[in-house]
Design a protein around this ligand. Structure first.
Ligand SMILES: *[C@@H]1O[C@H](CO)[C@@H](O)[C@H](O)[C@H]1NC(C)=O
Ligand SMILES: *[C@@H]1O[C@H](CO)[C@@H](O)[C@H](O)[C@H]1NC(C)=O
Ligand SMILES: *[C@@H]1O[C@H](CO)[C@@H](O)[C@H](O)[C@H]1NC(C)=O
Ligand SMILES: *[C@@H]1O[C@H](CO)[C@@H](O)[C@H](O)[C@H]1NC(C)=O
Ligand SMILES: *[C@@H]1O[C@H](CO)[C@@H](O)[C@H](O)[C@H]1NC(C)=O
Ligand SMILES: *[C@@H]1O[C@H](CO)[C@@H](O)[C@H](O)[C@H]1NC(C)=O
Length: 917
C-alpha cells in the first residue's frame, strides 16, 4: 500500500495524470444540444491540453423515466468514477439527479433555467444567470419607461418568476396583462393579445398606440406564437416583442423580419472573450457543431437553445480549469480515482472525498467563459456578468444595440435603428426618441410643484411656464425627457473663477443633465461654456416695492391739489394786487365819484342835484386799502362785490386778476377730486436713480444671480454706486421668494427680473413695480456645447413666438393662475399736485396786468393834470405834484381844489371830497 502510494506520487510527477471524467444523463433528442456541447467542450479542452485529460460519459434515458435515470447515474459514479455531473435541459430530471449527487458530494453543473424546480442542495452549481436575466428584462422596461405590457406565457412555472413584478410597489406604475397559451392554441392567444390592445374608452389615458409584449416562452413556442401573430396582424410597426429566451439570434425569423415589428432579446455571449480567444476558440464553429448535432438528432426542431449549450460549455470549461488549479496548487491527490457509491438498502452512500473542495472551488472560480464572468458566489447583482442586447428592428437586420450590466443597468443606442424610420417620416415610438435629462429650478411661475405632487411621478409633478414649453418642444421635436431639480438650487455661476461652475450650468458641464429649461439668463460667461437657444422670453431688471399702507385723507388734504409754492405765490399775488389796485385806484382821477355803489355809478348821485352851488360835493374813492383787500379776495373767491373799477387802469388790473383767479380756481377744483380719491400715499422713489441717490430704503437682489452680475459689471455711475452700496451689506437673498417676502416685511426694494416681477405684482396687490425696465436680456434653454439640438430648438422657439404660443402660455401662467390683482397694481407713485411751473404763466400775466395798470394810470394822471393845469394856469409839474400828494393822502382834501366840484363846472365828472370813508 505504502509503495503504491509512492509509486503514484512518482507517476503524478511524470505523466499527465490529472485526468478526470464527467458524466451526464441525458435524453436522446431534447438534450442533443447539451450532448453536443459536452462533446465540443471536452474535445476543445483536450486539444489545448493545459487542463489535463478530460473524459466524458453520457448515458441516455427514455423520456422522463426518473428511476432509470437514478440507476444510470449510480452506475456513472460507481463504475465510471465520474467527478462531476452535467445537468440536462429538463429541470425536473436535474432535481432528481441533484438529490442523488448530494449524497456523494458530486458537483452537479446545470445550464438551464430551473423554473424553481430544484432540490435546494449545495452540490448544484447553476451556470444559467437566472437573476440577471430577470433583472435585465426589468431594467429594459424601466429604461424605455414601458407602462403597459402584455405578458404571454405557457408553462405555469413561468408565472412564478414574474410574480415579484406583479406584486412589487416599484412596478405599480406598469400595467401588466397576462395571456396564457392554453392547449397550444396560439391563435387564440394572439387574438387575446389583440383584443387587449384595443383601448376601451375609459382607459384612453394610459393607452398607447404602441404595444409592448413580453414573450416568456421557449424558442419553439415563441415561434408558434409569432406565426399566429402574423396571421392576426400583430407583426407590424407598432409592436415590440421582448423575448426572454435569449435565442433571437438562433431563431428562424425569416417570416417576421420584414414587417417592421421590433424584437428584442438579451444575449449572454461576452464579445471580449470571443475576441481574446479568437485564436483558440471559433464561436461560429461551435454554433455550427451544436446546430448540426441538434438538427440530425431532432430532425430540425425549432426548440434549439444555444444559450444552454453555451452555459454547458462554460460549466465544463470552468470545472476543468478549477480542477487543474486544485491539482497544482494543493498537491492533493485529487486525481485519485474516486470511490463513490450510491446509497442502497442496507448501505450508506460513500462520499467523494474531494467533492466539497471542488464545489467550493468551482463556485469561486475566476474563469471568464463564452458568457463572461463565471463566478457564481455572492449576490448575482454584484457580479461582473453582463448581457448584450439584440434587436431585430425596422431594418430587418439583427443588431447588437448595447448591453446591460448589473451595476449601471441598460446602455442601448437605438439611433441606428430609428434613423431609417425617421427618414421615412414614419411615426416613432418613445423608445426611439432621444432622451434628455432636464435640470430645472423651482421658480414661480416657471416651475412649480402641483398641489397633489406627492402622488405623482417625477415628470408630472411639476407645472408651469417652462414645463409647458418643454412638453410642447418634446411633442413637436420628438424627444423624451425626465425633469429633475438642480441639486444645489443655484442657477449657474463660475464661483471660484476657475471653471468649476455650480447650479444648472454645472450639471450640464458635468454631464448630469443634457438640458436646462428654466428661467436661466443668457449671458456672455455662460454662453462660453454651454450652448443657448434663442431666448424664449425677453426681460430686464426692475424694482419691486411694497405699496405703503392705505391712509385716510388727512385734515389738510384740501391743500394738496396745489403745491406749497403755489399757495405762497397766491398769497403774494393777493398782497401784490391789493397794493397795486389801491395805489392805482388812488392815483387815477376817474375813481373819485359821488357814489358808493357800483350799480349806480353811471348815474349822477341824487344828492348832487340838490346841493347846488352852496356846498361843494365831496367826491369819494371806493378803493380804500381795506376795501381793496376785500375786493381782491372776494372776486377771487367768486364772492362778488358791490363796487367795481371804473377807470381804464383799474379795470385792466381787475380784469387780469379775474383771469388769474378763474384759472387757479378751476385748476384747484379739478385737482381736488383726484387728490382726494387717490388716498394711497406716494412712494418716495420713481426709478433706479432715485434709489441710488437715497439711503433710507435698502435694496438688493439674488446672490450670484445675473442681476447681481449686472450691477457688478456695469460701468454706469449710478449702478456703480448701487453696487458699492450692496456689496458689503446683508442685502442679498437666496431666491425670489425670499426677496419678495423681504420686500413685503421690510423697507426693502428688491431688484428682480421684470417677468418674475410682473407675476409677483399680479399675485399680490400690495406690491408694485417702480420705474421702467433696465437693460434687455433673455431666458434661453441651455444645452451642452455643440449640441445638434440647439439649432432645432431655437427654430422651434422662434416658430412659437411667431404663432403666439409663447404669449398664450405667458398669459396662462401670469394672469389666470390665481392672480388676484387683475389689471390693478399700477399705483400712482406720486401725489398729483400742481407745481409752480405749471401755473407760472398766470403769474406772468398778472404781473403784466399790474404793470399795464400802472402805465395806464400814469397816462390818466398826465391827461388830467394837463387839463387842470390849463384851467388853473399853473405849471403842469405842480399840478402833478398836487394830484399825487392828494392821492397819497399827503394833503387835506379841502386843500385840493381840483377835487372840489361844483355842479356848474360839472361837464366832466370831478369834484372835491374828503378822502375815504
Ligand atoms: C471558424 O469555423 C468556420 C466553420 O464553422 C470556418 O468557416 C471559419 O473559417 C473558422 N474560423 C477560423 C478563424 O478558424
Ligand atoms: C469585476 O471586475 C472588476 C475589474 O474588472 C474587479 O475589480 C471586480 O472585483 C470584479 N467583481 C467581481 C464580483 O468579480
Ligand atoms: C449611436 O449610434 C449611432 C450610429 O448608429 C452613432 O452615430 C451615435 O454616436 C451613437 N450614440 C451614442 C450615444 O453612442
Ligand atoms: C476651483 O477652485 C476651487 C476652490 O479654490 C476648487 O475646489 C476647485 O477644485 C477648482 N476647480 C478647478 C476646475 O480647478
Ligand atoms: C443723484 O445724485 C447725482 C449726484 O449726487 C446727481 O447727479 C443726480 O442728478 C441725482 N439724481 C437724481 C434723480 O436725483
Ligand atoms: C396687503 O396689505 C394689507 C394691509 O397691510 C393686508 O391686510 C393684506 O393682507 C395684504 N395683502 C396681501 C395679499 O398680502
Amino acid at each position: 500500500m505504502r509503495s503504491l502510494l509512492i509509486f503514484g506520487l512518482i507517476l503524478s510527477n511524470f505523466s499527465v495524470i490529472d485526468a478526470f471524467k464527467i458524466g451526464a444523463i441525458l435524453r436522446e433528442k431534447e438534450d442533443a444540444h447539451i450532448a453536443a456541447a459536452i462533446q465540443y467542450a471536452v474535445e476543445w479542452l483536450n486539444q489545448r491540453a493545459i487542463y489535463g485529460q478530460v473524459d466524458f460519459v453520457i448515458d441516455y434515458i427514455d423520456v422522463l423515466d426518473h428511476y432509470e435515470a437514478v440507476l444510470k447515474a449510480c452506475s456513472l459514479f460507481e463504475k465510471d468514477h465520474v467527478v462531476a455531473l452535467i445537468g440536462s435541459s429538463h429541470p425536473m430530471l436535474n432535481a432528481q439527479l441533484e438529490r442523488l449527487a448530494a449524497q456523494m458530494d458530486i458537483p452537479l453543473l446545470t445550464a438551464v433555467d430551473d423554473l424553481g424546480l430544484n432540490a435546494n442542495t449545495d452540490v448544484r452549481i447553476e451556470f444559467f444567470p437566472k437573476a440577471q436575466l430577470f433583472e435585465s428584462i426589468v431594467d429594459l422596461f424601466r429604461h424605455w419607461r414601458w407602462n403597459r405590457i402584455t405578458i404571454v406565457y405557457e408553462e405555469n412555472e413561468r408565472i412564478r418568476r414574474i410574480e415579484p413584478l406583479l406584486e412589487d410597489d416599484a412596478y405599480s406604475s406598469i400595467r401588466f396583462r397576462l395571456v396564457k397559451i392554453q392547449n397550444k392554441d396560439y391563435m387564440r392567444a394572439a387574438r387575446d393579445v389583440k383584443e387587449l390592445e384595443e383601448c376601451s374608452f375609459y382607459q384612453r389615458k394610459d393607452c398607447s398606440e404602441f404595444s409592448r409584449i413580453l414573450l416568456d416562452l421557449n424558442p419553439e413556442h415563441a415561434y408558434n406564437f409569432l406565426l399566429a401573430g402574423l396571421q392576426m396582424g400583430l407583426i407590424e410597426l407598432k409592436h415590440w416583442f421582448l423575448l426572454t429566451s435569449m435565442e433571437l439570434s438562433t431563431m428562424d425569423m425569416e417570416l417576421f423580419r420584414y414587417n417592421h415589428a421590433r424584437y428584442i432579446s438579451p444575449y449572454p455571449v461576452d464579445p471580449i472573450f470571443l475576441k481574446e480567444k479568437a485564436h483558440v476558440f471559433n464561436f461560429s464553429h461551435f454554433k455550427h457543431h451544436i446546430a448540426e448535432n441538434w438538427n440530425t438528432r431532432t430532425g430540425f426542431s425549432r426548440n434549439l437553445k444555444l444559450t444552454e449549450a453555451i452555459f454547458t460549455f462554460d460549466s465544463i470549461y470552468a470545472f476543468a480549469s478549477v480542477f487543474s488549479d486544485v491539482v497544482h496548487s494543493q498537491s492533493q491527490l485529487v486525481h485519485d480515482i474516486p470511490q463513490t457509491t450510491c446509497r442502497k438498502p442496507g448501505r450508506e452512500a460513500r462520499k467523494y472525498q474531494y467533492g466539497r473542495t471542488l464545489i467550493d472551488a468551482v463556485l469561486n472560480n475566476k474563469v471568464v467563459g463564452i458568457s463572461g464572468d463565471l463566478h457564481r458566489v455572492g449576490h448575482p447583482m454584484k457580479s461582473n456578468f453582463s448581457m448584450r442586447i439584440h434587436l431585430l428592428g425596422y431594418s430587418g437586420r439583427l443588431d447588437d444595440i448595447g448591453f446591460w450590466e448589473p451595476k449601471t443597468d441598460v446602455h442601448v443606442n437605438m439611433t441606428g435603428d430609428s434613423r431609417a424610420q425617421l427618414q421615412k417620416n414614419v411615426q416613432v415610438s418613445d423608445e426611439l426618441k432621444p432622451h434628455f435629462r432636464v435640470t430645472t429650478i423651482m421658480e414661480r411661475p416657471y416651475v412649480m410643484l402641483k398641489k397633489n405632487h406627492f402622488e405623482l411621478d417625477a415628470n408630472s409633478k411639476f407645472e408651469g411656464f417652462c414645463i409647458d414649453l418643454l412638453a410642447e418642444l418634446s411633442k413637436d421635436l420628438g424627444f423624451t425627457y425626465s425633469v429633475h431639480l438642480v441639486k444645489d438650487g443655484a442657477y449657474g455661476n463660475d464661483v471660484h473663477g476657475n471653471g468649476s461652475w455650480d447650479g444648472m450650468i454645472g450639471e450640464i458641464l458635468r454631464g448630469e443633465a443634457e438640458m436646462a429649461v428654466a428661467p436661466l439668463t443668457v449671458n456672455f460667461k455662460r454662453a462660453e461654456v454651454v450652448d443657448f437657444t434663442k431666448p424664449f422670453l425677453s426681460l430686464g431688471i426692475s424694482i419691486l416695492f411694497k405699496v405703503p399702507d392705505d391712509q385716510q385723507p388727512d385734515l389738510f388734504s384740501f391743500l394738496n391739489p396745489l403745491s406749497w409754492q403755489i399757495w405762497m405765490a397766491i398769497l403774494t399775488a393777493i398782497a401784490g394786487v391789493t397794493v397795486g389796485m389801491f395805489v392805482v385806484a388812488r392815483i387815477t382821477p376817474y375813481e373819485w365819484n359821488l357814489n358808493f355803489s357800483c350799480c349806480t355809478a353811471h348815474q349822477p348821485h341824487p344828492g348832487a342835484t340838490f346841493n347846488a352851488d352852496s356846498e361843494p360835493v365831496q367826491l369819494s374813492n371806493n378803493y380804500s386799502f381795506w376795501n381793496t383787500l376785500w375786493y381782491v379776495t372776494s372776486t377771487m373767491l367768486k364772492g362778488g362785490c358791490d363796487f367795481g373799477p371804473r377807470a381804464v387802469s383799474t379795470r385792466l388790473l381787475g380784469g387780469t386778476w379775474w383771469v388769474f383767479t378763474l384759472v387757479i380756481i378751476s385748476a384747484y377744483t379739478a385737482n381736488l377730486a383726484a387728490v382726494l380719491t387717490v388716498s394711497r400715499p406716494f412712494i418716495p422713489i420713481k426709478n433706479l436713480d432715485d434709489l441710488a441717490n437715497q439711503s433710507t430704503i435698502a435694496y438688493g437682489t439674488i446672490k450670484g444671480g445675473s442681476t447681481m452680475q449686472f450691477f457688478q459689471e456695469s460701468r454706469i455711475g449710478s449702478h456703480v454706486r448701487m453696487w458699492e452700496y450692496m456689496k458689503d451689506r446683508d442685502v442679498f437673498v437666496k431666491d425670489n421668494t425670499q426677496g419678495v417676502l423681504r420686500g413685503i416685511r421690510e423697507n426693502y426694494a428688491y431688484l428682480m427680473e421684470s417677468t418674475s416681477l410682473e407675476y409677483e405684482v399680479q399675485q399680490n396687490c400690495n406690491l408694485t413695480q417702480i420705474g421702467g425696465v433696465l437693460g434687455s436680456k433673455g431666458y434661453g434653454i441651455a444645452l451642452q456645447k455643440k449640441s445638434e439640438w440647439t439649432d432645432r430648438i431655437s427654430r422651434q422657439i422662434l416658430l412659437y413666438a411667431k404663432r403666439g404660443i409663447i404669449e398664450m402660455k405667458k398669459t396662462k401662467w401670469w394672469r389666470s393662475k390665481g392672480a388676484s390683482c387683475q389689471g390693478g397694481g399700477a399705483v400712482k407713485q406720486q401725489r398729483f399736485s400742481l407745481s409752480f411751473h405749471n401755473v407760472a404763466g398766470l403769474f406772468i400775466i398778472l404781473i403784466a396786468g399790474l404793470l399795464f395798470g400802472l402805465i395806464t394810470v400814469i397816462i390818466e394822471l398826465l391827461i388830467r393834470s394837463r387839463q387842470m393845469a390849463k384851467k388853473d394856469k399853473k405849471p403842469i409839474v405842480n399840478e402833478i405834484r398836487d394830484e399825487l400828494k392828494f392821492a397819497l393822502n399827503l394833503n387835506k382834501p379841502t386843500e385840493h381844489r381840483s377835487r372840489q366840484k361844483t355842479l356848474k363846472a360839472a361837464e366832466t365828472t370831478n369834484g372835491q371830497t374828503v378822502n375815504g370813508k
